[in-house]
Write a protein that binds this ligand. Structure first.
Ligand SMILES: Nc1ncnc2c1ncn2[C@@H]1O[C@H](COP(=O)(O)OP(=O)(O)O)[C@@H](O)[C@H]1O
Ligand SMILES: C[C@@](O)(CCOP(=O)(O)O)CC(=O)O
Ligand SMILES: [Mg+2]
Length: 328
């Protein structure tokens, strides 16, 4: 068996706009998904994840046919739940040239699902890395990141950026613009996360922004304005100017909100953080529900969030310098 782990991330700036070629700056955080992959004697795929539902479930089916597994949940739920792992295993088969292999895959993750902290990218990166190693191939980080991007691209209906997957594969803070992916020097930022306990559907939210952008020129301009915020944000990051970073994050949240991807609970948490004196606060990731990211070196934001209706959990997140880790 091969086991790899990969980190989740927050976006300091640029989610959604990055799908249309604007730059974005995500940072890896110390919450990880660990994926174990063991080759089977037959060609079936068995996936076990404790986190996919309250009780966890295990499915087993023949990965070489189009037959879906026989479990008692709605098809849409199953596809949503298994899409990323399924596609990651396809990438393993493709990169190793071994089409008829089967695997037992087990996943353990600290990253809440669909909450904007990049659980899908972390699972894809760790699954592809462990799957390839199980078949004797250790992928270079760039190839791993590219394969994980292909996974997100397929599952999200042809709409995805390389930001989450590159960040999860390499760790640290990164800058992604189209296929130009690079690591950034980042100061130790006082990152606070607020989580509303909910989730958003990345594919649907991305499609919503795409439609708005096609319908209204001002929505397309909004996407471009997010790109301008990111370019300013890079300078603020290089200068370790946390106050300016916060101001730009506030602005970024406003534009994401205008694009329809915030929610009442995300807005409440953002305002609670600002009222508590955070340097800035914004939603992170696709939105719709899930997490906000704020910058505050004091305990005020965490305390305020813990009393905010709609906020289920709040915690400080350390930057993860380590991307994919090969554990076994
Ligand atoms: N622990 C897990 N086990 C299995 N699949 C997971 C796990 N965590 C995430 N996933 C996959 O990632 C999807 C969530 O990804 P997404 O909607 O992009 O949200 P995010 O990346 O912000 O967490 C889940 O529906 C599931 O397919
Ligand atoms: C909205 C988007 O920019 C980020 C999605 O992040 P997450 O899956 O919600 O963690 C989509 C993408 O970049 O592929
Ligand atoms: Mg995702």
């Amino acid at each position: 068996m091969a086991v790899s782990s990969a980190p989740g991330k927050v976006y300091l700036f640029g989610e959604h706009a990055v799908v249309y070629g604007e730059p974005a700056v995500p940072c890896a955080i110390e919450l990880r998904a660990r994926v174990g992959v063991e080759q089977r004697a037959d060609s079936k795929l068995r996936i076990h994840s404790e986190d996919l539902s309250l009780d966890g479930f295990t499915v087993e089916y023949d990965g070489t046919t189009d037959e879906r597994p026989d479990v008692d949940v709605a098809e849409s739920l199953l596809t949503a739940a298994m899409g990323y792992v399924d596609e990651a295993i396809e990438q393993v088969k493709d990169v190793t040239g071994e089409e008829d292999v089967g695997f037992d895959v087990s996943i353990e993750s600290d990253i809440p699902l669909g909450a904007g902290l990049g659980s899908s990218a972390a699972v894809a990166v760790a699954a592809i890395d462990a799957g390839a190693r199980e078949l004797g191939t250790t992928l270079a980080i760039d190839e791993l990141a590219e394969r994980a991007y292909q996974t997100e691209y397929e599952v999200q209906g042809g709409q995805a950026s390389r930001a989450d997957t590159f960040c999860s594969a390499t760790g640290g803070a990164v800058r992604v613009e189209g296929d130009d992916c690079r690591s950034l020097e980042a100061p130790d930022l006082p990152i606070v996360i607020g989580f509303d306990g909910g989730a958003g559907d990345t594919g649907e939210l991305v499609a919503g922004v795409r439609d708005l952008r096609e319908e209204y020129d001002f929505a397309a301009d909004t996407v471009e304005a997010i790109g301008d915020i990111v370019r300013n944000g890079e300078d603020a990051l290089a200068a370790s100017d946390v106050e300016e970073l916060g101001r730009l994050m506030d602005f970024n949240h406003g534009l994401l909100s205008a694009l329809g991807v915030s929610s009442r609970s995300l807005d409440s948490m953002v305002w609670a953080a600002r009222d508590a004196g955070a340097e800035g606060a914004k939603l992170t990731g696709a939105g719709g529900g899930g997490c906000i990211v704020a910058l505050d070196a004091s305990d005020e934001t965490e305390t305020a969030l813990s009393y905010t209706p709609g906020c289920e959990d709040t915690f400080r997140a350390e930057l993860s310098e380590e991307g994919v880790e090969r554990l076994e």
